[in-house]
Design a protein around this ligand. Structure first.
Ligand code: KG4
Length: 338
């Protein structure tokens, strides 16, 4: 059988990433992050696309070199088609098209969220057998999404529930921003929360039916409480940031786990995974471990480097679509929303 070499390309937000896989095993994964946004407290789309343009050639070049693979050996190019920032996506999509056309090889379009879920199938060696069995549930929590996904097969998944407003990561980032803590808020809140008391403050929790999430009420409740506390003590945030971070984190984790428990109960599926940028969070990881112990779940937590945006997850998703002969035409447009 001929070896299958896939080049994966990810450029949906503010990380330019390229990965090379051989028969579904990861050979390299190179990511250039963009520091340019830090001064603005959020990703500036126009700056992101410019940085992608500067990064894309050296990142792909590095990924091929580290893998020890010549571009002529590639079987296909997998790229993130959406969702994401249009200008950012266009850089990866256009590059993938140009290279695929030049090499005369097919392209595989990948939904970024599909990639986050299949991050659990990234294998660094032949003897890595820690992948979840089908079907499993996946809590997908990133800056733009909060979903409970039932994964039936590599290319067959259903969204059981999702946020009706803000995503969990978005709520954390926004609360961190109003506290003046910096961007992105996730890792900062995570670090502070470890030194704080999670029971110090209570914030509003949503009460919506089914498996759907909502985080905008929590965000508003956080803002209003903060406004009142600051009236009494202008240095309130400085004095209490650890407790604020711990209480905020706990509230978000509680909201996420409550719906996930319901989904586990109703589907009877006890293999439960977590994916997306927020899965780096220690409070959430601990809650998963706690649920594994308490309710007998078998849990799957990805390696840190595969939780945030990376091309390895795009490459592995591309590999399984390649095996299904699921290619896309050269005129496939990028989609900001999918
Ligand atoms: O998956 P991701 O890298 O990008 C999207 O596709 O959205 O997720 C980014 C999100 C941001 O909201 C970031 O603050 C959050 O993940 N995040 C965290 C942590 N690390 C990143 N949230 C909580 N705790 C963390 N340690």
């Amino acid at each position: 059988m001929q070896d299958i070499y896939i080049l994966g390309i990810e450029s949906s937000c503010d990380d330019t990433s390229a990965a090379v896989l051989k028969n579904g095993i990861l050979l390299s994964n190179v990511t250039a992050s963009q520091a340019v946004h830090e001064a603005y407290g959020g990703v500036v789309p126009e700056l992101a696309s410019r940085a992608h343009q500067q990064n894309i050639v050296p990142v792909v070049d590095q990924a091929l070199k580290r893998a020890g693979v010549e571009k002529e050996q590639l079987s296909a190019i997998a790229f993130t088609r959406g969702p994401g920032l249009m200008g950012s996506l266009l850089v990866g999509v256009s590059f993938a098209k140009g290279l695929a056309r030049a090499l005369g090889i097919p392209m595989v379009d990948v939904n970024h969220l599909h990639g986050h879920v299949l991050a659990h199938f990234i294998r660094e060696s032949e003897d890595d057998h820690s992948q979840p069995p089908f079907p499993f549930l996946c809590l997908l929590v990133s800056g733009g999404n909060s979903q409970i996904v039932k994964v039936n097969a590599y290319n067959d998944m259903e969204i059981l529930g999702q946020t009706i407003d803000d995503a969990a990561g978005e709520a954390i980032d926004k609360c961190s921003k109003v506290m003046g803590l910096g961007y992105p808020g996730g890792p900062i809140i995570d670090r502070l929360a470890r030194q704080g008391n999670p029971e110090a403050y209570q914030f509003a929790k949503p009460n919506i039916p089914g498996y759907d999430y909502s985080f905008s009420g929590l965000k508003t409740s956080f803002l209003y409480s903060l406004r009142d506390w600051l009236k009494d003590d202008p240095d309130f945030i400085e004095h209490h940031k650890e407790d604020l971070a711990a209480s905020l984190e706990k509230t978000i984790v509680d909201i996420l786990m409550k719906k996930l428990r319901l989904a586990v109960k109703d589907t009877g599926i006890k293999h439960v995974a977590v994916a997306g940028g927020v899965s780096a969070n220690n409070g959430l990881r601990n809650a998963f471990r706690d649920h594994a112990e308490r309710y007998g779940w078998t849990i799957y937590i990805p390696k840190f480097s595969y939780t945030t945006d990376n091309a390895a997850m795009i490459g592995i998703t591309g590999y399984y679509k390649f095996l299904d002969n699921d290619f896309c035409p050269i005129d496939a447009p990028a989609f900001a929303r999918m």
